[in-house]
Design a binder for this molecule. Sequence first.
Ligand code: GLC
Length: 431
Amino acid sequence: MGSKLEIVQDVINAFEVNKESMLRTAMLFKETMEKSLNGEKTCLKMLPSYIGKPTGKEQGTFMTIDMGGTNFRCTKYKINNGNFEKVGEIKQKLINKEKNYDLTKSDSDEKQLFGFMAECIGELLEPEESLYLGNTFSFPCRQEGINDAYLIQWTKEITTSGVVGQNINKLLEQSLKEKNINVKPVAILNDTVGTLLVAMYSYQTADIGSIMGTGHNTCYLENNHPLNGQKMIVNIESGNYNVGLPVTKYDEIIDKNSQIPGAQLLEKMVSGYYMGSLLKEVCKDLYKNNALFTNEDVDIDAFFNQNFNALMVENFILYPSNTKEQYKCSIEDAEIVKRVSEAILKRTVRLVAVSHMGILFHQENSGTSVNNEHVIAIDGTIYEKMPNAPQLMKEAFREALGDDASNIEIRLVKDGSGLGAAIAAAFAVTQ
Ligand code: GLC
């Protein structure tokens, strides 16, 4: 066993993704996408959305809902001539400890979950009003039409009973009917698809939409979809990607302790939900090997017995002196925690960039060159809030693709899951 610093360095090296590894994995990602498009069963579900490019002429007032994880949001939008106006919103948590409910776990069922959603919708609806609704439902769904999506499997550690296998908007419609709420679901979409739809309104060449938040996933515009020979947005469900990834022993622990071991491997390596736990595993290992928290005063319990989340990773990077104060550790220790946090974040960004490169290679179909202009729209707190994330992403593209990287613009696009649902609903009723 090496010195303290060598041990730390080894761990940091395990999180590195170099140029060769980026390009190799991106090619594998592309191949996997293409196999799946040709009907082969792979880890990439490549789910059709039944939505193409919006025309820009969508209009009207629409109700939208958005269940992305444990948060639920119901928003009303007015769309007119490419302008969007939010006319009302209710935000709720699906978990409420005081009121003693948790709609995200298996002792709650579909009736409770969709009943809760219907109630929120009812609260936002004016008397005498009747509206169409777009539903952003950010989980893998087998989609058979713009309004028909069946939940394949919960992700992001949600386990509510009675929903898997069901037609989601039918469940919602039933709950709305039971409560006499005059709202009709007409579209259901993934949050990545919503993000891309919103981006398409602003950027001519937007053709990839991605979420880097609690979960991770990407969609893209397929120019010639096998189902209809036309343009269609495809929800890749890239969080489930698992070919050729640089999996560490820490990732294996996270996977083993998760609700569905073996599933959502890329997501477990890159998304906000798991990022804190990953850091905790690394710190535990360093501590065990006497490479971290070696002085006696350190408040080991305070450090390890808390719930690690992505916000903590951000704080460890930004404020090592707070880490020192809070856990009574040395500044060297705080710096090690910072370096490990940075390494985890950098890997996150690089692996996401790798999947985007795989999509670009598929769209361009010319090896590892990217000759046309693309806008990649990203939403989610990891990209938006984590120190330097956009910069790290740019560097990854530049390192892997050289000058071709200048053909790729990455944009933070907010509220795809709200506004995108309104656009999808408008698209559905004006088709
Ligand atoms: C999970 C879901 C996916 C969603 C992503 C981001 O990966 O399976 O559908 O897009 O989280 O919210």
